[in-house]
Design a binder for this molecule. Structure first.
Ligand SMILES: [Zn+2]
Length: 333
């Protein structure tokens, strides 16, 4: 008798587990958030989903915008949030860890998380993919320890290759016969024989200046280019149809890739870690594509912005040539 009872309770608990799993799958299929709303959202009992909290969602946007400027660290964002009343249960500012988790939380893109995997949600996203990706870019540069800046105050380290053999350049200090310290650069000769000699920093700077001069243009030429761009832009508004089609193809291609990825994962052909990484990239790409599709009406032609920024860089170049700020030169090159 007892055995039967045990057997039954095992049956019930298995059944319960299956039901819960089924419930979760159904919620996922409907794009509903599964647990307590993440910061910035509130749970809506009626829709059984989450929705942006009016005030808190604006704080999320502000925090992302601030961080995207690149002028912040986790602490200053935590400070910023604390000033607006966002603190831990104990009343202390959020930890660095919490801030870093918030800055890459895909829930703000409208995705749902379950067992470490992200799915499409049906609730309103708080952030535009553009802003989200801008923050991811800043986060990525933060991940790399920038030891070169601290350990080597060489202005042109790590960006030039030898023109003769293609090896990277390295920098060293030396002292001249008057006891003055100076920095010089040389080919690492990693690829074997190379006849290049040492190059002092000012000599390298002179070469760079020549390069700057060769691409910089007089101001009136730049102005002419800018007005030409405006003209092209106006003419090209009519040919937008094909771009929309192009975008549609890309969106379809992205969906096909996603489907294929899921199917090879289900076949057991790739590891879960790789699957999750690729899926994350594809889903974010999809969000960005859908964003540009939505914004197409107002958006300027996709080539206009790159061309404009190119002309802007010519302008910048003309200014740089006059300055002697080597770090700015390096960034520009
Ligand atoms: Zn070389």
């Amino acid at each position: 008798m007892l055995q039967v009872a045990f057997g039954q309770s095992k049956y019930f608990s298995d059944n319960l587990k299956q039901n819960v799993e089924r419930g979760i799958r159904q919620k996922l299929r409907r794009g509903e958030w599964l647990t307590k709303a993440p910061f910035g959202y509130v749970n809506n009992v009626k829709t059984r989903n989450i929705e942006p909290d009016k005030l808190k969602s604006r704080l999320v946007v502000r925090a992302f915008k601030e961080f995207a400027t690149g002028k912040h660290c986790y602490e200053s964002i935590s400070q910023f949030l604390a000033e607006h009343g966002v603190v831990t249960r104990n009343g202390t500012p959020l930890s660095k860890c919490a801030v870093s988790a918030m800055l890459c939380n895909r829930a703000y893109l409208g995705f749902v998380k379950h067992h470490g995997e992200w799915y499409d949600g049906t609730f309103a996203p708080i952030l535009s993919p553009t802003l989200f990706e801008a923050v991811q870019k800043v986060l990525k540069t933060r991940q790399k320890p920038r030891k070169s800046k601290i350990a080597h105050p060489f202005h042109f380290l790590g960006f030039a290759r030898c023109g003769e053999c293609g090896s990277m350049f390295t920098a060293q200090y030396s002292t001249n016969r008057f006891g003055a310290k100076y920095s010089y650069y040389r080919c690492t000769k990693k690829f074997g024989v190379c006849g290049q000699l040492y190059l002092q920093e000012h000599a390298l700077a002179t070469q760079l200046k020549t390069l700057l001069q060769s691409v910089s243009l007089p101001r009136e030429e730049i102005l002419k280019m800018e007005s030409k761009i405006n003209e092209w832009e106006n003419k090209n508004i009519s040919s937008r149809g094909s771009d929309v089609q192009n975008l549609k193809d890309k969106i379809r291609g992205n969906q096909e890739k996603l489907d294929k990825l899921v199917s090879i994962y289900l076949d057991g052909d790739i590891e879960r870690k790789i699957y999750l990484e690729r899926k994350d990239l594809l889903m974010r790409e999809k969000a960005s594509l859908l964003e540009s599709e939505r914004g197409f009406g107002q958006q300027r032609k996709n080539w206009v912005e790159p061309l404009r920024s190119f002309v802007l860089s010519l302008k910048e170049c003309a200014d740089l040539e006059k300055s002697e700020n080597y770090l700015e030169w390096k960034t520009f090159f």
